[in-house]
Design a protein around this ligand. Structure first.
Ligand code: FE2
Length: 415
């Protein structure tokens, strides 16, 4: 993140004498990436180190271990996440759908806030949330961020947080990566600033609002995810939100999907034009996240707005349909549909999508979908994903083609 942010008070010169209040030396912590060579923030704790556990660590009651579906075959998947159950809080309700060596995609449908004085920290993955439904506050050590429909939230690995709901329930897509999740490097100039042609502008991010430091003693539980989904509970004797101030380039932030300013072309616009975030050294590893927001379809006199069939062999593609206004899958998807197209197979629009799309030429679309393409990483469907799959999906292209051809034949014969 190019935007250097400062909240609260920090000494101008790092690692120099600085007091939280008279007689209380503030203790500094570096939250860093890429072995102290990447983005980092320096945090000034009120009086305690974040290492001060007061009880031995123990296994948490939460288990986020990944379970591949035993009966899975190579096929395009359509997973009906809207039909998955609500329940639990933001951590306990997480249900992984697909995962690979560095990526996990889950759905959480919480109905309550996390328990008081209980926190979560993902110690093995950076996180991106996309809010399909719900409202609340993501309280982090860096400050608070409001949560609402249509918001992406990027939370760096190692951030301590808790989610408090103000709505009765929420529905959140969670994308995790071993690598930091940032705006794509090709959108940035040599100063790290978003180029003027980029579809994203860093000044539109929502940064945390730091609250006064909590100088409190007690028992505070932090569930830390590590080692492929194991969760260990730490107990601190002081409140973890004890920062007097922080400054740096590594912090949680929000980005409204509507702030992805789509780039239209005279002819069909390929997926890289829709990219909002990247993870890792894309396109050599990691992934890209694309936002298919409302924008003008191609206006060439013979443009076909529907996409082509595509065989994107170095990527597994997952797509979350926030609404069902997506022409290429019309009649098959519903809001909350999650498609998973492995790189080992081509995929395409369905039925008469190409023909039907001609009427959309030069008009505004009303779609809203999120896509993730991995790079050189195969994904595996989990038991949860397999359980909520649409069993008809692998043959849906064939059935749609029969229906389309049947209708066309009827039209030709005037019946
Ligand atoms: Fe695709």
């Amino acid at each position: 993140m190019a935007l250097i942010v400062r909240r609260g008070k920090v000494p101008a010169t790092p690692h120099t004498e600085f007091y939280s209040k008279s007689g209380v030396l503030s203790l500094e912590e570096i939250h860093g990436t890429f072995g102290f060579s990447g983005a980092f923030s320096r945090k000034q704790h009120f009086r305690s180190y974040p290492t001060e556990q007061v009880k031995p660590p123990k296994k948490s009651s939460i288990n986020l271990a990944l379970k591949p579906a035993r009966d899975a075959t190579l096929q395009p998947y359509h997973i009906l996440t809207a039909r998955m159950p609500y329940g639990g809080d933001f951590v306990s309700s997480r249900k992984p759908i697909v995962f690979g060596s560095s990526t996990v995609v889950s759905v959480a449908k919480p109905v309550k806030s996390m328990p008081q004085d209980t926190f979560f920290r993902n110690g093995e993955k950076h996180e991106c949330f996309y809010v399909q439904e719900g409202q609340g506050i993501l309280r982090t050590e860096y400050g608070r961020l409001a949560l609402r429909k249509g918001l992406y939230l990027i939370v760096p690995k190692g951030t301590t947080y808790r989610l408090e709901l103000s709505s009765k329930r929420a529905y959140i897509l969670i994308i995790e990566s071993t690598y930091p999740i940032t705006f794509p490097s090709h959108y940035l100039n040599i100063e790290g600033q978003a180029k003027m042609m980029a579809p994203v502008v860093e000044t539109e991010i929502e940064t945390p609002e730091l609250e006064p430091p909590k100088d409190e003693k007690g028992s505070f539980f932090i569930d830390v995810k590590h080692s492929l989904g194991m969760v260990t509970r730490l107990t601190l004797g002081h409140h973890p939100f004890d920062l007097v101030g922080w400054e740096g380039a590594l912090y949680p932030f929000g980005f409204d999907v509507k702030n992805h300013h789509g780039i239209a072309r005279e002819i069909h616009t390929a997926p890289p034009m829709h990219q909002t975030f990247q993870s890792g050294n894309a396109p050599y590893n990691g992934f890209s996240i694309c936002s298919f927001v409302s924008q003008m379809e191609g206006w060439h006199s013979k443009d076909i707005p529907a996409p082509y069939a595509h065989y994107n062999v170095d990527s597994d593609e997952v797509m979350f349909f926030s609404n069902a206004s997506y022409g290429a899958r019309k009649g098959v998807i519903e809001p909350g549909s999650f498609t998973f197209h492995p790189g080992a197979l081509p995929h395409s629009p369905q039925g008469k999508a190409a023909l039907r799309s001609l009427t959309a030429r030069g008009k505004m679309s009303d779609r809203l979908a999120i896509m993730l393409d991995t790079f050189f990483e195969s994904l595996t469907i989990t038991e949860w994903g397999y359980k909520y799959r649409d069993k008809e999906y692998p043959l849906s292209w064939h059935k749609a083609a029969i229906a389309a051809n049947g209708q066309r034949a009827e039209a030709l014969h005037g019946t």
